[in-house]
Design a binder for this molecule. Structure first.
Ligand SMILES: *Cc1c(COP(=O)(O)O)cnc(C)c1O
Length: 446
């Protein structure tokens, strides 16, 4: 399978290059050149397949046949070594829990698959160093996903005092090949340091660098697995299935659209956002206007310029044979996707409502999804809506306890971090220091 750039369909690379480069040189995003629907028999048989088997078939379909069966099976098995259960709230409302992985957010699926694919293709004898700047969830998932991967070092930069205590522990307590740098600055400063390192040709002669950010195609592929897994769990009963996706950079929703293109009979998708409502606005009026991000309660969705919009537009444009202009993308996308945005006050009300009505504790991101689903179902009542619960509520402990006025149970794997010792290298925003750190030999000791 080749992957092309959304900016230039003639620019094609193989899987390995798409994964290690991350971004094509023309600043587009990689997409698989073919998304061939799976046979109907596969959909009909879903109930007899394990999560692992589903993941294996989809990976084959999207990556082609260059990875031997045995290796691909192991990569998928190690990626989905935790469940994605669908919980019924009522006959129209379901929650797909994507937080059963090590960092308690759906980003675990992408990070685990990416780490294993990179390891599979990493045949260079030189160490690979992955650089990540994080403001929260991405860093934790990448740290857990790449932990103890031979031949790969991970350097995670995070802004001092700007991530929660438990988030910081997720980055700083693993050790081995995971190195945390606490930057006395902002998230943008962290990103600037990473960017400068990538542009430093002299450094790159001495260090093989790669990134693990969310635009990497290898993070998107495993996110299609759980749409099939959820559909499988619902299949027995009747009404059409819709997925409601709390969205920021729209990777999760894009993965859903790819699942649909692979033949999953999804009736509709609902894009749910907080005040960062670029995509719902586009769906409403056809104008795509990015904006600076606004801080909200559902902070993992505070994105003013969603990176995966290019992929969504591409799925409803070039892949259909020719380059469609925006108005056509708008009308085609609108046939499959609805979009709604909600403010923090409504989100808090929704968290309380879900607790009171169903006895279910939903996190602020899932609560935005709940609101969007209920809005859409007002005009489409005979449907089964699945809300993607993107993170465990205990990741947002102070807000959740304030909203619900009760204690939230913290899963053992998160709670146990509190007693572990934080190990981080403190650094300013000066590039020379960061460069020196990357060149020093201690990174080689693992
Ligand atoms: C990353 C994240 C999102 C947004 O997902 P996208 O794929 O960027 O749209 C939503 N919720 C949580 C908890 C996240 O960590």
């Amino acid at each position: 399978m080749k992957f092309y750039s959304t900016n230039d369909p003639d620019h094609r690379v193989d899987v390995k290059e798409a994964i290690f480069r991350g971004l094509p040189a023309d600043n587009g995003l990689y997409m698989p050149e073919r998304i061939v629907p799976l046979p109907d028999a596969f959909i009909d048989q879903l109930q007899n397949l394990s999560f692992e088997e589903i993941g294996f078939v989809i990976s084959r379909q999207l990556l082609g046949d260059e990875i031997p069966d045995e290796d691909l099976r192991r990569i998928v098995r190690e990626t989905v070594n935790f469940p994605a259960p669908v919980v019924e709230l009522d006959a129209q409302t379901y929650v797909l829990e994507l937080f059963h992985g090590p960092s308690l957010a759906f980003k675990d699926f992408g990070a685990r698959f990416m780490a294993r694919l990179m390891h599979h293709y990493n045949d260079d004898t030189r160490e690979l160093t992955i650089l990540v700047a994080t403001s929260g969830d991405t860093g934790g998932a990448v740290a857990a996903g790449f932990y103890d991967t031979p031949g790969i070092q991970v350097v995670i930069l995070y802004p001092k005092g700007k991530v929660s205590d438990l988030q910081e522990k997720q980055l700083t307590t693993l050790g081995k090949n995971i190195h945390a740098i606490e930057v006395d600055g902002t998230f943008d400063d962290c990103q600037a340091l990473v960017k400068q390192a990538f542009l430093d040709a002299d450094l790159r002669e001495q260090r093989r660098l790669s990134s693990a950010n969310s635009i990497n195609i290898s993070r998107l592929i495993p996110q299609t697995f759980y749409y099939f897994e959820a559909y499988k769990q619902l299949q027995a009963t009747g009404d059409p299935v819709v997925f409601c996706v709390p969205s920021g950079n729209f990777g999760n929703l894009t993965a859903g659209l790819i699942a649909h293109r692979l033949g999953l009979p999804v009736h509709h998708f609902i894009a749910a956002t907080n005040a960062n409502d670029v995509v719902p606005r586009f769906l409403e009026n056809g104008e795509y206007r990015t904006a600076p991000s606004v801080a909200t309660l559902s902070n993992a969705m505070d994105v003013g310029s969603p990176s995966n919009f290019a992929r969504m537009a591409n799925l409803f444009g070039q892949l259909m044979g020719k380059d469609h202009p925006m108005p056509e993308v708008h009308s085609r996308l609108g046939q499959l996707v609805a979009g709604y945005a909600f403010d923090d006050a409504s989100t808090e009300v929704a968290v309380r409502e879900v607790k009171e009505k169903f006895g279910y504790v939903i996190d602020p991101h899932g609560a935005v999804g709940y609101l969007a689903l209920k809005e859409w179902q007002q005009t489409h009542p005979a449907t089964r809506g699945v809300i993607l619960e993107t993170a465990h509520p205990s990741k947002f402990l102070p807000d959740m306890q304030r909203i619900l006025e009760e204690e939230i149970t913290v899963p053992e794997r998160l709670a146990s971090l509190a007693d572990k010792e934080k190990v981080a290298t403190k650094m300013g925003t000066d590039y020379a220091t960061f460069r020196e750190y990357l060149l020093k030999s201690t990174l080689d000791t693992y």
